[in-house]
Design a protein around this ligand. Structure first.
Ligand SMILES: [Zn+2]
Ligand SMILES: [Zn+2]
Ligand SMILES: [Zn+2]
Length: 92
């Protein structure tokens, strides 16, 4: 890997919650989602860019929180919106 995300020090939330009801914002408006992403700054659960409302990206735009991780079963990759970089966090 040649490029390195410079925002990983700001990561607060690494583990997914035990129970994920769905995209917080879709649940609020009665929307539907395809895949879920979790903000690693505040733990916000939003939907991916394949979903109609793209709430994970909207959350990044609103808050400036740079990094989300996949909230899909078996997926552990993270994505930095600022660097447009996909990476995996090493287990501590
Ligand atoms: Zn970054
Ligand atoms: Zn959503
Ligand atoms: Zn956030």
């Amino acid at each position: 890997m040649t490029s390195i995300c410079t925002h990983t020090e700001g990561i607060v939330v690494t583990e997914l919650p035990a129970l994920i009801a769905g995209c917080e914002d879709c649940l609020a408006i009665g929307g539907t989602w395809v895949h879920l992403r979790m903000c690693q700054t505040c733990g916000h659960i939003g939907c991916c860019d394949s979903s109609p409302n793209k709430h994970a990206t909207a959350h990044h735009r609103e808050t400036g929180h740079p990094i989300v991780r996949s909230a899909e079963p078996g997926e552990d990759w993270s994505w930095c919106y600022v660097d447009e970089l996909m990476f995996r966090l090493r287990p501590a």
